[in-house]
Ligand binder design. Structure first.
Ligand code: NAP
Length: 289
């Protein structure tokens, strides 16, 4: 299968580009090669590329930046994906487009299913929700994959920041009253192979199994580091509340664990627990640094 990856310089896009290039015919585009903020150039950037599957990992992902850059957020996160969906159609290809748990308001205590009504609290979430709508309006055969708390070896994220802070400082804290599920890029890449094999379309939730707060995630990461002999100054992660995060501009949803029951029913595979994915990530990628 011929595949093209957009946003190949990002955390998820780089993982796709590396893993899928092993056995698929792949073309990848970083932002410098294809800018979704310049819509008039997107079609020509893809004109010469042959693909049966287009994977869009590009997005404006800085939640607080989006809050004060609404137009840019909607251009990159909504109009751009809509255009990619049209181009995919013209080439008789399918599009996989990534979205986020931030499309929900986080007021539901059970895991969110694909059928739950999405109401966002932030410009980022609104723009991503509009992107979903535009992609699926072009074709119901395209696939929108919602993820939460993405981490992986290709670009630092929350877990890397926590480990770095714990190496340098005695006191490290994390938010204890916001809940979701960490999601490992390497797992997403392999789950997507299964979903593609089953011709998944519409909306699909993917995340590692189980839910936790940022503080629980951070504490577990520090515990794993300790068990592996990685020297840290802080061994306990203190708890702070979301309300204490005065530097947050955008409102964050409180509880956005995503249900992966649809994926499990489709593929017969239940995502492994986030603790297993975090332990593997630290062993494979943090220990070596
Ligand atoms: N990170 C998370 O925790 C999380 C959670 C839920 C869902 N998601 C979703 O998962 C997907 C992948 O996220 P990620 O974690 O890989 O984010 P990321 O590391 O920020 O990657 C996004 C990529 O998009 C690129 N980009 C930004 N503006 C662009 C533009 N105008 N044209 C082309 N490319 C542009 C960025 O380039 P630059 O680096 O040059 O800016 C970056 O390489 C996104 O759809 C995101 O909404 C992420």
């Amino acid at each position: 299968m011929k595949i093209a990856i957009i946003g190949a310089g990002g955390r998820l896009g780089a993982a796709f580009a590396r893993e899928y290039s092993r056995d698929l015919e792949m073309t990848s585009f970083a932002r410098s090669q294809l800018d979704l903020g310049r819509l008039n150039r997107v079609r020509s950037a893809l004109a010469e590329t042959k693909f049966e599957l287009l994977v869009n990992c590009a997005a404006l992902t800085n939640v607080d930046y989006c809050e004060s850059h609404r137009e840019e957020a909607f251009l990159v996160n909504a109009e751009g994906p809509g255009l990619l969906a049209e181009i995919a159609n013209e080439k008789s290809a399918n599009l996989i487009h990534f979205s986020t748990d931030y499309v929900f308001d986080g007021k539901k205590s059970d895991p969110y299913t694909e059928e739950d009504k999405a109401v966002s609290l932030s410009v980022y979430g609104e723009s991503k929700l509009e992107g979903e709508r535009r992609v699926l309006e072009v074709s119901s055969q395209h696939l929108v994959v919602r993820l939460s708390w993405v981490f992986g070896p290709d670009k630092p994220s929350f877990i890397d920041q926590i480990i770095q802070r714990a190496r340098e400082d005695d006191v490290v804290t994390a938010v204890a009253d916001k809940f979701s599920a960490p999601t490992y890029t390497i797992d997403v890449v392999s789950w997507l192979r299964l979903a593609i094999d089953k011709s998944a379309n519409g909306i699909l939730h993917l995340a590692n199994n189980g839910g936790c707060s940022w503080q629980e995630w951070a504490q577990y990461a520090v515990d794993v580091c300790g068990g592996l002999g990685i020297r840290l100054k802080a061994e306990r992660i203190g708890a702070v509340s979301l309300a204490d995060m005065k530097n947050f501009v955008a409102q964050r949803p409180v509880h956005t664990v995503l249900s992966t029951a649809k994926f499990a029913a489709l593929t017969g595979v239940k995502p492994r627990h986030w603790r297993d994915a975090v332990a593997e990530y630290i062993t494979a990628h943090v220990l070596k640094k």
